[in-house]
Design a binder for this molecule. Structure first.
Ligand code: XIL
Length: 364
């Protein structure tokens, strides 16, 4: 939550606007451009927004000094892209490894950035160390290992991680109920989640604890189930404090869908975050024929997300995180090599989407 008095907030916003206009004008003066093209450089994302702005990152990406400097300049929060998931942390023999997330946490600390923990409980992860304990005979041991894992991971970053995605993607794909998982089978469909929030809270009482999911913009039924789950968790005593919408959307998403989803999520009064935003061109209908139209829609969707998030009550805003900065490093690029879902191109140049995102925040 921003504690700045209103006058300082307004002054900060004016400064952001002036920086944006000045840099855009300076560039326009040197090299006039078509209006659909972004300036060759823009103010950093973090300077354009009144809320924290984040990206996911992999420890190995910090080996490139130029990229590390870019990340330090652009964003004020880092989330390990996969190195805080069980698939990395938990080894076959049950031991833990933290070298990669430790590196990211240290980098964040050195550069005045917040560190966000992703993720503790995810249906998609079925580590051997837990599968071995599945079944009636091991019920107590499974529960103890689950508790020990969350205590160890959250405890290690106590005072360093500002928040955690405690439960990730718990709602069924079609929005009809909750997903079945190793965790739900062994510890109960709602109980394993409630327990996870309680464990995380015990390990770091100051950390914000989120529930995170995707397709909440495109599937209203899934969004309703997600909100009902959050209410059930609160009723069951889970110290849940925030809701994250991943916002992995395709460029043909209907205008207004992001705004509606954010407003719905905010209706519970908890913190709200855009947790993994990217706008896929390749997942949109007609990708091959309509690429330039889709690029324009992409910029519009990023602008809509910025505007709709900015319009939420300040006390509910936590951060706006992109699932990567440069197209070439996106997980979606691994799915389709022609995709270009992020704000910066492969060479780190801002795309029209980046300018549109910043402009939406300046025009308020
Ligand atoms: C993805 C990562 O980007 C990939 O590197 C990894 O191989 C698979 O997971 N929802 C989530 C993220 O919550 O953890 C996923 O990240 C993207 C979808």
């Amino acid at each position: 939550m921003s504690l700045l008095p209103l006058r300082e907030k307004v002054a900060a916003q004016q400064l952001r606007r002036r920086t944006f206009v000045a840099s855009t004008l300076a560039l326009a003066a040197c090299a006039p451009r078509a209006s659909s093209q972004p300036p060759a450089s823009l103010p950093p994302l973090r300077a354009a927004a009144p809320f924290p702005v984040g990206t996911c990152i992999q420890a190995a990406q910090l080996d490139d000094p130029a990229y590390a400097a870019f990340v330090a300049a652009q964003v004020s929060q880092l989330t390990p892209e996969w190195e805080l998931k069980m698939e990395y942390v938990l080894q076959a023999d049950g031991g833990y490894r933290f070298d990669a997330p430790d590196r990211i946490a240290a980098f964040a600390q050195d550069h005045g950035q917040r560190f966000f923990g992703h993720t503790l409980v995810w249906y998609a992860q079925k580590p051997d160390a837990f599968e071995r304990l599945a079944g009636e005979a091991y019920r107590g041991a499974f529960r103890d290992a689950f508790a020990a894992y969350i205590a160890a991971v959250v405890g290690r970053y106590k005072g360093r991680a500002v928040a955690w995605d405690v439960v990730n993607e718990a709602v069924a794909e079609d929005g009809d109920g909750w997903r079945d998982s190793l965790w739900s089978q062994q510890l109960g469909p709602l109980d394993h989640m409630t327990f996870a929030y309680q464990l995380a809270h015990a390990a770091d009482p100051a950390a914000e604890l989120f529930l995170n999911d995707y397709n909440l913009e495109s599937n209203p039924r899934k969004r309703a189930t997600f909100l009902a789950l959050a209410e059930s968790l609160l009723k069951a005593g889970a110290p849940l404090t925030g809701l994250g919408t991943q916002t992995h959307v395709a460029a043909d998403l209907a205008p207004g869908a992001i705004t509606t989803a954010l407003q719905d999520l905010a209706s519970l009064g908890l913190k709200v975050r855009i947790s993994e935003m990217d706008v896929s061109l390749a997942r949109a209908a007609g990708f091959a024929a309509l690429r330039s139209d889709l690029e324009r829609s992409q910029a519009r969707l990023y602008a809509e997300a910025a505007q709709a998030y900015d319009a939420l009550p300040r006390r509910q805003q936590f951060d706006f995180t992109f699932w990567g900065l440069e197209d070439g490093k996106s997980w979606l690029r691994r799915e389709n090599e022609a995709d270009a879902p992020l704000l910066f191109d492969d060479a780190g140049r801002p795309k029209p989407a980046a300018a549109a995102w910043e402009r939406a925040l300046m025009e308020r």
